[in-house]
Design a binder for this molecule. Sequence first.
Ligand SMILES: Nc1ncnc2c1ncn2[C@@H]1O[C@H](COP(=O)(O)OP(=O)(O)OP(=O)(O)O)[C@@H](O)[C@H]1O
Length: 286
Amino acid sequence: MAISAVSGISIGTPAASDSSAASAPGGVERAAGTQPCINVQNLELTFFTGNGQTTALQDINLSIGEGEFVALLGPTGCGKSSMLRVVSDLLKPTAGTVTIRGKPPSVARQANDFGFVFQEPALLPWRTALDNVRLPLEVVGFPADQRQSRCEELLESVNLLKFKDAYPHELSGGMKQRIAIIRALSWRPSILLMDEPFSALDEITKGQLQEDLLELWESERKTVLFVTHNISEAVYLADRVVVLSSHPGRIRRILPVELPRPRAENIRETMEFLRHVREAREELTV
Ligand SMILES: Nc1ncnc2c1ncn2[C@@H]1O[C@H](COP(=O)(O)OP(=O)(O)OP(=O)(O)O)[C@@H](O)[C@H]1O
C-alpha cells in the first residue's frame, strides 16, 4: 500500500510513564530524564476481515522520550509494522490511546512531524538523487531558497553529493536507501519511523548504513522508532529494545541498551554488546 509521509504525496511504501530506565517485562517505561514524545497506553489493534478477526496488538504500554532511539524487535507477524502505522495515524487503535506530545497522532501527521523509511527506498525513477531528496521539501513548503543547500548538506552527510545528478537506476541498493533516509529527514520532521529499512541489504552495506544512521541521529537527534527482526541491529542502534511476542503482539520486555555513545562498529565485539544480544535473544526464544 502506498502511503503518504507528507500530505498529498506518496513517498514511501509500507506497508503515563515512570522515569525509570530499568528493564521490566511489558512495563510502561521511558528513558530517565527525557520528555515524553510518543505515549502508547493500553493499545489494542484488531483487524476485522471477511474470514474473522486478528488481534495484532494487545496491552501495549510504552512511552518514548524526546530524541530517544527505540527499536521494536520481534518475529514476523508480531505487529511491528502495525504499531508504526498506529503511531503515525495510518491506523486507528481498536482500544487504548496513542499521543504524540500529548496530542492525537493526526495532529502530528498534519504538522508533517513524521518521516518514514521503509524496506524499499521507493525513489521516483524520473528524478535525480537530489530531486528525490528535494521532493518533500516542495510538498511541505520548505523555504525555496534553502532547498538546494539542505539537499546538498544531506547528500554530503552520507557521501553522495557527487551522485546528486544520478538517477535511481544508476545507484546501488545501499545508495538508494541512503537517499531514502535523508529524504525522510529533509524537512526536519521531529520523528523518524523506520520499518526494516536495511533488511534487503547485504551485511556489509547494512553495517555501513547503520553507521550512517547513527551519525545522522547524533547530529539531528530525532525521536526514532525502528522496526527490525535483527537482534544485533536493534542493540547496536537503540537506546532501548522493545521485544514483542506474537499472536497477539504484546511487549515481552523492554531492554535498556547500556552501551556508550557514539557507537562504532567495533562495539559489536565487546562482551557488553554480546550480553545485550543474548538477553534479547532469550526473550525472543522463550
Ligand atoms: N490490513 C490487515 N488486515 C488484516 N490483518 C492484518 C492487516 N495488517 C496486518 N495484519 C495482521 O496483523 C498481524 C501483524 O502484522 P504486522 O504486519 O504488523 O506484523 P510485523 O511484525 O510487522 O510482521 P513482519 O515482520 O512480517 O513485517 C499479522 O497477523 C497480520 O496478518
